[in-house]
Design a protein around this ligand. Structure first.
Ligand SMILES: [Zn+2]
Ligand SMILES: [Zn+2]
Length: 98
């Protein structure tokens, strides 16, 4: 990276590039940082969504974990009861209750 003012080599200093010759300072492009932050935000939102689901004490048929999230799913036919979908908090295995 060269200084746009005096064309001498610039040195990185924190998140800035500094020209030792004329003192010109240029901010490094924060594209990468912004992208990482966006990804972190996305992950946090997904975690929040999972956290909102109610938990219940039930044994996972796959790994034997004693806790699972559950979601009520309405069936299309009115005379049929609602179906509970369980999602294991440990292995993520999904099953339903009849
Ligand atoms: Zn310079
Ligand atoms: Zn499990």
């Amino acid at each position: 990276m060269f200084c746009p003012k005096c064309k001498s080599l610039m040195y990185p200093q924190g998140d800035e590039l500094v020209c030792k010759n004329c003192g010109y300072i240029e901010k490094k492009r924060g594209k990468k940082i912004v992208k990482t932050k966006g990804k972190e935000k996305e992950l946090a939102i997904i975690e929040e969504k999972v956290e909102v689901l109610p938990k219940t004490r039930i044994t996972c048929p796959k790994c034997g974990n004693k806790e699972a999230y559950w979601i009520l799913r309405q069936t299309r036919a009115a005379d049929e009861p609602e179906t509970r979908i369980y999602i294991c908090t440990k292995c993520g295995y999904k099953w339903r209750e009849y």
